[in-house]
Every structure is written in structure tokens, then in C-alpha cells.
Design a protein around this ligand. Sequence first.
Ligand SMILES: C[S@@+](CC[C@H](N)C(=O)[O-])C[C@H]1O[C@@H](n2cnc3c(N)ncnc32)[C@H](O)[C@@H]1O
Length: 256
Amino acid sequence: MKFEGNASLLQQKMAGSSAGVARRLAVMNALSLQTGDTVLDVGCGAGHLVEDIGLAVGSGGKAFGLDPSETQLESARVRCDLLSNATFLCGMADKVDLPSVSCDAIASIQTLDYIEDVGATLAEVARLLKPKAHFVNVSVLWDNFKFHGADEKLNDLIHETFKAHCYHQMLPMELSGRMAKHGIGNIRTESLAFVMTQRHENSPATYAEMVLANFAISQGVEEEKVQQWRSQLEQAEAEGRFGFTSFPVLTVGTKL
Ligand SMILES: C[S@@+](CC[C@H](N)C(=O)[O-])C[C@H]1O[C@@H](n2cnc3c(N)ncnc32)[C@H](O)[C@@H]1O
């Protein structure tokens, strides 16, 4: 999935919603940053986490955000405009333009899910990390990313179609082993799972529904069917039987 145009806007809405705020708080706690640290966010999107990192490491520190999407980076630069220590790099996660052993910590939120060769990215993360530095990743268990309330057959069709939106459906289940292969150990995982029963403007369900709908149409599902699914969810919410569940997992390890 390319994070340009409308997909970029929806992703930014999702990042600004309650779920985005909660996962950044969990990531910041796991990073345990010190003032003066140099920190990289891989797949920084619109720069929400880079802003938090920049504020935490202070003017003597450095906050780098990396993303291949110029649309995402444009928003990130605006967001971090007042931070003198934030720098954005346009590029891919497996080839970062920073020196080896230069990072005190690296974070990545919901990005490895979209990268086919996770091993090449982890090798790059391992190259950049200083000894004992933390790598904190959040990826989603997509099999548990589910809407409830619509007709079962139609609901299944929309979810089945969405599987093609990223490379890895259940990455957190295998990430510990993959990180260990690249010399990142002392691994701990934490559930960031949540359930939403409303579709208001601060609810990730609202934006996730739009993402699934747009993706289904792009994959050839008839617009009428997609609209029917959305109407059924709306009806379910009105009748108090709507639900949306997501199961992001935080994985943190230390460079050995
Ligand atoms: C779901 S968004 C998450 C953005 C941000 N981390 C957040 O939580 O708001 C995934 C991001 O990964 C970026 N991305 C996709 N492929 C990438 C790659 N190979 N290397 C680095 N970033 C990538 C996309 O452009 C997009 O901004």
C-alpha cells in the first residue's frame, strides 16, 4: 500500500486518533530516552513520534525521521517546524543514510508490516544501533483487525480483500526470533490491543473503516457492496452492536 494522497491523509488521521496517541506513549516509555540522545524513527509518516522524540532529547540531541513518501514527509516537516533537532530523510528502511553505531535508540510504528524484506531492515537497524541501545517496534496482528456488526459474508469479503494491503499479517509472532538473528536480544513484548464501539472523530474505527472501504474498491469490489457494508456498520452502531478490534504489539529489544 502506498502512503500517498488520500491514503496518506487517512493514515495521518489514524495517527492522530486515540489509538495513535496510546501507541506513541507506549513507545516513548519503552525507548527510555536521555537528553542528548540520537534517535531514528523508521517509517515516520507525518512525524508525530519524531516530534515527541525531538522534545524528549532536547536541543543537544537529534531526532531523525525516515520515510519514502514525500507526501508524508511534507506533513512531518510542518509538524516539526519549530524543532531545531529534527531531520527528515527520504528513503527506504534497508538503506539509511546515517553512520554505523550512531543511534542511541530506534523506533518503528506499523511500518515493518509493509516491508517485504524485514531481514534487510533489521540488519540495517542492527548496523545503526550502539551497543545496549533499544529497538522498539509496533506491528499489528492483522488477523485480529476486525469490524463487527455487518452481515457476516460481506464483512468477511472486505476483510479478506484487505489482507493484500501489507506483506505481513502476523509479524509480531515471529519478530523476536528475527531480531535475535541480528544480535538484538533481551526481548519483551507488550499488548497494545483495544476495542472501539463508536465511530466518532477520535476513534481509529472511523478511519480504519474508510481505509478498508477505499482498499476494497481499489481491489475491484463493487462500490455498491462497499457502501452497503458501511451502511450496515452505521446501523449496527445506532443499535449498539458495533465493534472494532485491533491488536498492535510492542516488541522491544537491546543491541547485544
Ligand atoms: C502505517 S504508516 C505509519 C506511519 C507512522 N509510523 C505512524 O505511526 O503514524 C507506514 C509508513 O511506513 C512507510 N514505509 C513504507 N515502506 C517503507 C520502507 N520500505 N521504508 C521505510 N518506510 C516505509 C510509509 O510511507 C508510511 O509512512
